[in-house]
Write a protein that binds this ligand. Structure first.
Ligand SMILES: Cc1cc2nc3c(=O)[nH]c(=O)nc-3n(C[C@H](O)[C@H](O)[C@H](O)COP(=O)(O)OP(=O)(O)OC[C@H]3O[C@@H](n4cnc5c(N)ncnc54)[C@H](O)[C@@H]3O)c2cc1C
Length: 519
């Protein structure tokens, strides 16, 4: 006796891909014939993306134009890939807890599948959607959340570690050694997908919370016709858009897989990858040039690239390359472990991990009169790239224009804003990065800001000038950035732009991690 027909809504949030997508496979379970490709009669799949005002409403100030453009490109690419398989992407606009129950009910879904989200907002949102669904009479809908945003299921790691995330990278490495290798990537999507069918969801939802929903790439072609998220003209055609795209920061699974293929095609580069020795002036050159990094972070952020797929391909290429090479924390695999470690800390500590007050891992620092001058004008100069320091200013302008900074450039501007020179709270820097970065991620952003400001993980440096033998990031500028700073490393700005920083109190304890192990 065949199981009853399955009508699955596949709710995309991150995880905007068809490779290694366990939620997609969960949606297809029992919906295809034994060949895994031919849809069973009566079964249907509705891929859905919801433009959530919590993120995209300009008044909320949470997403900058660059990241939004990257998202829209990713959706267009996803829509084209679905179309090739006989399916279509629906993009709706509205609060998920309103849209999802309406879609499920009107389209007659029997199952709702999505990639599990471990971030505080995502967890609360998903709980609200499930509750709203039950409240709308959908308690018999089969809700399936599947893991795919990280290498290991964070719940498994936290349980293995006795209920909390390890606070150091070394302890995290020991934990994952005990956990064993991450699961293999899931099978790729079949070449044919069940059609969404008619339901009531076609072009334009029929009401009750998903008005304005439309097929993306409808008709014969795949031309994206995304709903205007309310931002007016996008960056298409602007100098900033061109700069971002020429830096290879183009949204979508297609671009992500091409970037990964390029990284693993250079075994020598991969074997000798040593993060602190990469060059912030070669950020857009990529692996082939020898000193760049992969620039895959926006793809890992939006899930246009699976971290398990990246881990597998990087590990295989590294194993195939002969000769000694680098290891974590500086190797490329080591970078993925940083991501994993910080994501686990956010999962374990929740929202408080992203701020200073109430954060159990964060030093409580007195950043001075944060609502007054000269604090406000120091911060404004840093944001605008008018501090008078050529490299800092160049990178801050690059950040606004392209959404991208090489890791060591992030080091410099973050150290400069906080402990290094301006003595402005790392939370201000976190917020600005969150708005501007194409790869902004709550866990990675907060953790790195805490690190660079010596608020957590690495407590050694602090006072202006640092301790004996301790180099401030800004002191390393002449060496690191001969291109941006051609002759004089520092052009002194007026005194009000470069105030003296008070030494931190109380005295800083010894370092938890040697500085060279900084992520
Ligand atoms: C102040 C500051 C803020 C940061 N904010 C973010 C952020 O919001 N989002 C973000 O993705 N990265 C952030 N980083 C980490 C890092 O700068 C970027 O991940 C990296 O530059 C991305 O470039 P890539 O993909 O070429 O990295 P690669 O060197 O090619 O590394 C591969 C992947 O490993 C992960 N990774 C690399 N470095 C780190 C790190 N230090 N911590 C955690 N994961 C890492 C990223 O997912 C990256 O894509 C921040 C760093 C600093 C100093």
């Amino acid at each position: 006796m065949p199981p009853p027909p399955v009508r699955s809504v596949l709710w995309f949030r991150k995880g905007l891909r068809l490779h290694d997508n366990p939620a997609l496979l969960a949606a297809l379970e029992d919906a295809t014939e034994e060949d895994g490709a031919t849809p069973r009669p009566g079964c249907a799949l509705l891929p859905l993306f919801c433009l959530d005002p919590w993120f995209v409403d300009p008044a909320a100030g949470r997403v900058g134009r660059v990241r939004l453009s990257f998202l829209l490109e990713s959706l267009a690419d996803l829509a084209a890939s679905l179309r090739k398989r006989g399916s279509r992407l629906v993009v709706a606009r509205g609060a998920p807890e309103t849209v999802l129950p309406a879609v499920v009910q009107e389209w007659g879904a029997t199952r709702l599948c999505f990639e599990g989200c471990h971030e505080p907002y995502g967890r609360a949102r998903d709980a609200a959607v499930v509750a709203a669904l039950a409240g709308a009479g959908g308690s018999d809908v089969d809700v399936r959340s599947r893991d795919g945003a990280t290498l290991w299921d964070p719940a498994v790691l936290v349980a293995l570690n006795g209920g909390a995330a390890p606070s150091t990278y070394a302890a995290f490495q020991k934990l994952v050694a005990r956990a064993g290798p991450p699961p293999d990537p899931a099978a790729d999507a079949p070449t044919t997908l069940p059609e969404p069918g008619s339901g009531s969801g076609g072009s334009g939802g029929s009401g009750r919370g998903w008005e304005g929903a439309s097929w993306l790439g409808g008709g014969d072609g795949c031309a994206p016709s995304l709903p205007d998220p309310g931002w007016g003209a996008d960056e298409e055609g602007t100098a900033a858009g061109a700069a971002r795209r020429s830096a290879r920061l183009v949204g979508g699974e297609t671009s992500a897989l091409a970037g990964l293929a390029e990284a693993v095609a250079s075994p020598a580069w991969l074997r000798s990858f040593d993060k602190p020795k990469t060059d912030p002036t070669e950020a857009s050159a990529g692996p082939g040039a020898g000193a760049g990094t992969t620039q895959l972070s926006p793809h890992l952020k939006f899930g246009t690239l699976s971290p398990r797929r990246m881990w597998r391909d990087v590990s295989a290429a590294r194993a195939a390359a002969s000769g000694p090479g680098t290891d974590p924390p500086v190797s490329l695999a080591g970078q993925l472990l940083w991501r994993e470690h910080f994501s686990l800390l956010l999962y374990s500590h929740g929202d408080r991990f992203t701020r200073m007050e109430g954060n159990p891992v964060c030093r409580q620092i007195d950043w001075g009169a944060v609502d007054e001058e000269p604090y406000r004008s120091r911060l404004a100069a840093w944001k605008a790239g008018t501090t008078g320091y050529p490299a800092v200013d160049a990178w801050m302008r690059q950040l606004r224009a392209t959404g991208w900074l090489h890791h060591l450039a992030r080091h410099v501007v973050a150290c400069f804003l906080t402990r290094g020179d301006l003595w402005v709270s790392w939370e201000e820097g976190r917020d600005w990065f969150d708005l501007c970065l194409v790869d902004a991620d709550p866990a990675l952003n907060a953790a790195n800001w805490m690190w660079l400001s010596c608020s957590a993980f690495h407590h050694q440096a602090g006072p202006p000038g640092g301790r004996a033998g301790e180099e401030r990031e800004t002191d390393a500028l002449p060496r690191r950035n001969a291109l941006v700073v051609p002759s004089r490393p520092f052009v002194r700005p007026p005194p009000d732009v470069r105030p003296r920083c008070p030494p931190p109190t109380p005295p800083l304890p010894e370092s938890l991690n040697p500085p060279h192990l900084c992520p």
